[in-house]
Design a protein around this ligand. Structure first.
Ligand code: FES
Length: 78
């Protein structure tokens, strides 16, 4: 499951991978990662087909810790 959430005016992707929530964002081009695909634990960007992992990307995407409170998802910048 891929969902887009807005946190502090930033578009963040929340992915459910085997019941655990992960959150990342694309800051270099602002791709709508929720329109991509989840292939096991890899998010395939809808704009460039996941090429960020091969060849090696020049920088990592921002990663957020994901806290949940009842039905709310609360990303927290690491
Ligand atoms: S444009 Fe940023 S991950 Fe694809």
């Amino acid at each position: 499951m891929l969902r887009r959430v807005i946190f502090s005016e930033e578009s963040i992707l929340v992915a459910n991978v085997n019941g655990k929530l992960y959150a990342i964002s694309c800051t270099h081009h602002g791709a709508p990662l929720n329109d991509g695909e989840l292939d096991h634990d890899v998010v395939i960007c809808p704009w460039h087909g996941g090429k960020a992992i091969n060849p090696t990307p020049i920088m990592d995407l921002p990663v957020f810790e994901v806290l949940t409170k009842e039905s709310d998802v609360l990303p927290k910048k690491r």
